[in-house]
Design a protein around this ligand. Sequence first.
Ligand SMILES: Cc1cc2nc3c(=O)[nH]c(=O)nc-3n(C[C@H](O)[C@H](O)[C@H](O)COP(=O)(O)O)c2cc1C
Length: 166
Amino acid sequence: MCVTTVDINGQPYQRMVLLKHYDKKGLVFYTNLSSRKAQHITHNNKISLLFPWYQVDRQVCFLGKAEKLSTIEVIKYFQSRPKDSQITAYISHQSTKITTRDILENKFFELKQKMRRGKIPLPSFWGGYRVKFDSVEFWQGRSNRLHDRFLYQWKYDHWQIDRLAP
Ligand SMILES: Cc1cc2nc3c(=O)[nH]c(=O)nc-3n(C[C@H](O)[C@H](O)[C@H](O)COP(=O)(O)O)c2cc1C
């Protein structure tokens, strides 16, 4: 899904992340807690998630607020990841500048060697967010550009559903 956050000056940024889990409480993704997106969320947790599905001519857009996952939830997921991905989480300080790829690869193999035995603990700077949403728009492509659009908006205790013009 494409995640949009806004920086302190109101500049929006977008990037793809993997939706790892969803339930009635919201949509969950994992990331580095020092990354640009995490910094944005710290000062403004309003967020937009877009799922583009070109093959079926469809898109779904969520608006809501991102909340940090509990450490227990994050540990559970982190431990389910392949060991190499856990190591990468340690060595990559996401969105900081690096001079060469070699630095990254050397760090990776160094840590892989060091941590070859036992469990890899959760890095303090790695976690995830649950997006609690109160607006969802479903868009379905139809013939003659007469597309269907339905906007769901949470109103206190129910979803208000409106059809929007394409
Ligand atoms: C298909 C795809 C999936 C991705 N999944 C994730 C993810 O789950 N978590 C993540 O932190 N970055 C993911 N990335 C990398 C992000 O797009 C982005 O480059 C990175 O998170 C840094 O973003 P930021 O500097 O805005 O924080 C993914 C990229 C692609 C193309």
